[in-house]
Design a protein around this ligand. Structure first.
Ligand code: FES
Length: 107
């Protein structure tokens, strides 16, 4: 399991033990944390699984590909350099202790 901290839209900090075989989107949902909609079910087609990842995670992850970058332009909250589609991030690729912040809204 990978230990993550998820900051909810309400600003609460939640400790999550994430299964490395899942996507970050699935891990957040499996932890029962609200704030991910994931309308498309994880096919990078909706941008309602938008998250912001901390600098350690940004450094560890492969950069978003062109399709992910394009979809992030449709996110309800403006994307930044820290933005990712959580369905496209594998927990296994995140560093232990990564901090993931959910945007105020996904819609
Ligand atoms: S769940 Fe739709 S883009 Fe991630």
């Amino acid at each position: 399991m990978t230990k993550l901290t998820v900051i909810t839209p309400a600003g609460e900090s939640r400790a999550v033990e994430a299964d490395p075989s899942t996507s970050l989107m699935e891990a957040i949902r499996d932890a029962g944390i609200d704030g991910i909609v994931a309308e498309c079910g994880g096919t990078a087609a909706c941008a309602t699984c938008h998250v912001f990842v901390d600098e350690a995670a940004q450094a560890a992850l492969e950069p978003a590909d062109e399709h992910e970058e394009g979809m992030l332009e449709f996110a309800a909250v403006e994307a930044t350099a820290a933005s990712r589609l959580s369905c496209q991030v594998r927990v296994a690729d995140l560093p232990e202790g990564a901090v993931v912040t959910l945007p105020d809204t996904q819609l």
